[in-house]
Design a protein around this ligand. Structure first.
Ligand code: TH1
Length: 818
């Protein structure tokens, strides 16, 4: 096409979009431009964008009727989608035209984007990974449905009061949600509680009937997920719980109006709120009900789709495959068996064969407190029929183990789905593993440890069903949308194909790594991004930070295994040096933290308080004279991430080796030109292999050394006594230097470190401090630093979620992709 043609087309598109926004403003919002609020403009623009997806959405749904296609069902209790509008404009390729259209209407697009309330239907990495995968699935034209829960309240909003975290409910739906389409006709009934009864059917077969104590209804809410400039729109299908009418009527019949209302309230509770625990499990009844609720709706929907496509039950595994995003949806294995056996009259062997071929399981953590276990009485009470099925799965499975390993009763006990030790419980990771044809970890190290450790016996039994799929993140949102300056610099030099061909095309940047003009431009981009963040910090936190200082950032959920406190100890140590006038070799730095602590996690909340207290002291001490600053950025979420990742010089990935399954923030930072200071953990190792050791700051123990240190009787107190810098840093915290003389507030923190230190913070302190010194020295040579930054970005292609999704397609789902 000639240039004028392209220009004309763009002008037409701008006009079209403008008309569409004005129409929606009038017909959907009932407003004239004169009285429209910014939020009205946001809604109108969102509808205008959604309209452009709907045609594709319909044709894509249509396409899924094709009998020969295999559909991927991605089952996840969390989808952390982030704001939709900006992403939709990028993926539809209409960001420039929409910007112009909005400007012609006298409004600024960024102000409009700011209006969107983020759907925070996830805790952290696991939920965000699901969202990145939906973007890649649509981009790679894989027929897929993301199945989850439409929580009325997502992850809580975080405020900081007097240095402490305060939580507020996330009322993300209060102003309406223009992205979802409710499908009232797509509703399924889910049973809970009660008991089972056996009977003989008309063919004389033994059957079981589940007589529930209550029933609830799940209603489908669909959100279109646009692929990147390919005319494809995928589906996120979330279930909202409601009361079943018959239950209402039943109560009405008896004249029990309040009973009916109670039923309704109880039913709606199921999808009310996201559990705010990241990487830990509370074992609560409502949580089990939530899991079963969304899994049952999703599988019933799958049977419905199978029927619509005119396929038989035998064809299930060829027509649909389900990925279990951790064990949260793993009750699906038993529910699939129940649906096949109780509802579709399939025999056990055949049902099991279909189930195993249909499911695959991704494990996301090895931490014992995260491995889901349900107490047997609770399980029996909520899901009596499913427990019977699990018993049957287990007894058949254990027969094969006894057969293969005669006399090895210890192995039988270890592998059983039912943990018979102490208070008996159902081990969901075992159910997920036994019921799946493929099991994968999320980084090379994690998969290796999974095979060696948590699922070792299962690996020995069937080594060929274990895979690794290293996580990835979508470059559409995490580079193109959130780092427009870097995007335009990259695109001017290597064209725009990298956006959906990251693996093959981003390396073209390498040729510019030594080019002084390019280096300068690269440096300027980072500097401008840092200036923007500095303004935001000034506005939100009230702290003035220097954009020429090294921006050292750690944003992620607050957890002891992630070791934000190792970072804090180093800051306390630097402060101590400054107070003692030993400032040689200290490079000006701004330490930025962000992240939420689970509301019940006392130590994590104390760590937030500590960060804020250390910041308050350091930022206000004239002796420091701005050499270092410490900032806690409140309410870290996807929306705030937009300003944070792109402004980092240094990315903190300092978890205890063997504890972070993969990490994905590490990828977002490195793709946006931050260098990493990191341990031998999760995907850090693979990132380092790609970008080169010389462009990565690696320190600390290996996973094997961590295990060894612990088994040799680790004594943190001895380390404290033998490292003067460390001792002084801890003593400062204990003696009230950061708490206005109060020696009580951080005592539990100090006690835990000195007596237990379960995540080896003290053990790694010296290596970390030395590595941080290397960082400081490196930063003084800005040319070299910039070169390392360019090489990092150029070599991060592997960490696109497109690559991860292709891995799943080829090795696990056996489906085609673009
Ligand atoms: C995270 C892992 O901690 C992280 O390392 C990984 O990159 C991410 O998953 C994606 O694979 C997990 N999040 C959760 C959340 C819950 C339970 C287990 C995990 S593991 C609620």
């Amino acid at each position: 096409m000639s240039n004028t043609l392209v220009q004309n087309e763009s002008i037409n598109k701008t006009e079209e979009i403008k008309d569409s926004i004005l129409e929606h403003l009038c017909f959907n919002l009932g407003k004239s431009p004169r009285i429209a609020t910014l939020h009205d403009w946001y809604m109108a623009t969102a509808y205008a964008a959604r309209e452009r997806m709907m045609r594709n959405f319909v044709s894509y749904t249509e396409k899924m009727q094709n009998k020969t296609l295999k559909i991927v069902g991605y089952l996840s209790a969390e989808f952390l989608m982030g704001p939709h509008l900006g992403n939709a404009l990028i993926n539809l390729g209409i960001e420039n035209e929409t910007k112009k259209a909005i400007e012609q209407l006298g409004i600024n697009l960024n102000d409009v984007l700011e209006q969107e309330e983020e759907p925070g239907l996830g805790n952290g990495g696991l939920g965000r990974l699901a969202a990145c995968y939906l973007d890649s699935l649509a981009t790679l034209q894989v027929p897929a449905v993301g199945y989850g829960i439409r929580y009325e309240f997502g992850i809580f909003d975080q405020y900081i009061r007097d240095g402490w975290q305060v939580e507020a409910t996330d009322k993300w739906l209060r102003n309406g949600n223009p992205w979802e389409i409710v499908k009232p006709e797509l509703n399924y009934t889910v049973k809970l509680g009660g008991h089972t009864e056996s009977y003989t059917d008309d063919k004389g077969k033994y059957r079981v009937k589940w007589i529930p104590a209550s029933e609830i209804k799940g209603i489908a809410y669909d959100t279109p997920v646009p692929g990147y400039k390919n005319g494809v729109t995928g589906i996120l299908r979330l279930w909202k719980s409601e009361a079943v009418e018959s239950f209402d009527f039943h109560a009405f019949d008896k004249g029990d109006y309040y009973g009916a209302v109670h039923e309704k309230v109880f039913s709606e509770n199921i999808s009310k709120v996201l559990y705010p625990n990241d990487v830990s499990d509370e074992g609560k009844r409502l949580r089990l009900s939530q899991q079963y609720f969304f899994v049952s709706c999703s599988l019933q929907n799958a049977f419905h789709i199978l029927h619509l496509r005119g396929l038989s039950i035998d064809e299930f595994p060829e027509s649909m495959t389900f990925q279990l995003n951790d064990t949260h949806p793993s009750i699906a294995i038993a529910e699939m068996m129940r649906l096949l056996i109780d509802e579709h009259q399939v025999g056990w062997e055949k049902a099991w064969d279909i189930t195993k071929k249909t499911f695959a399981y991704t494990n996301h953590t090895l931490l014992p407190e995260a491995l889901e276990k349900w107490s047997l009485p609770l399980f029996a009470n909520v899901l009596p029929r499913l427990l019977e099925i699990i018993y049957e799965i287990n007894s058949r499975f254990l027969l094969t183990i006894r057969d293969k390993y005669p006399g090895d009763e210890d192995r039988v006990r270890r592998m059983s789905i039912i943990d018979e030790r102490g208070n008996k419980s159902v081990r969901m990771a075992h159910l997920a593993t036994i019921g799946s044809h493929a099991i994968n970890g999320v980084s090379a190290l994690h998969t290796k440890l999974l095979k060696q450790d948590v699922l070792h016996d299962f690996y020995e039994l069937e080594p060929d069903i274990f895979f690794n799929v290293t996580n990835g993140v979508t470059p559409r949102r995490w580079i193109k949308l959130y780092n427009p300056r870097l995007t335009s610099l990259i695109t001017t030099h290597i064209g725009e194909s990298w956006v959906n061909h990251l693996e093959t095309d981003l390396v073209k940047l390498e040729q510019y790594a030594d080019d002084p003009t390019f280096q300068q431009a690269w440096h300027d981009v980072k500097r401008q991004n840092k200036t923007d963040l500095a303004h935001l910090i000034q506005a939100i936190v009230g702290t003035k930070v220097n954009p020429d200082s090294l921006f050292d950032i750690q944003v992620k959920r607050i957890h002891e295994y992630k070791r934000q406190h190792l970072n804090v100890l180093y800051i306390a140590h630097l402060y101590n040096r400054i107070k003692q006038k030993r400032t040689d070799g200290i490079t000006p730095r701004t330490f930025i933290f962000g992240g939420k602590a689970a509301p019940g996690y006392v130590m994590a909340k104390l760590i937030i308080k500590l960060i804020n207290s250390v910041g308050e002291t350091i930022n206000n001490d004239p002796d420091v004279n701005g050499l270092i600053k410490v900032v806690f950025f409140p309410d870290f979420n996807v929306k705030n991430g937009a300003h944070i990742y792109k402004a980092a010089d240094l990315s903190e990935q300092i978890s205890t080796a063997g504890k972070e399954a993969s990490g994905t923030g590490n990828m977002k930072f490195a793709m946006n030109g931050a260098l990493t200071i990191g341990t031998f953990d999760g995907a850090n190792i693979e990132i380092m292999e790609c970008v080169g050791e010389e462009n990565f700051f690696l320190f600390g123990l290996h996973a094997a050394e961590v295990a060894e240190t612990k088994s040799n009787g680790y004594r943190p107190y001895d380390i404290y006594n033998s490292d003067e810098d460390l001792k002084q840093a801890i003593d400062m915290i204990q003696s009230g230097v950061f708490s206005h003389g109060d020696t009580g507030v951080f005592q539990p923190f100090v006690d835990t470190l000195l007596n237990y230190d379960p995540f080896l913070v003290l053990k790694d302190f010296r290596a970390y401090a030395e590595c941080q010194q290397r960082v400081s020295d490196a930063y003084t040579n800005q040319k070299e630093w910039t070169k390392m930054s360019i090489l990092n970005v150029a070599r991060m292609g592997k960490f696109s979620s497109d690559r991860s999704v292709k891995d799943y397609c080829e090795n696990i789902w056996k489906v085609n992709h673009a």
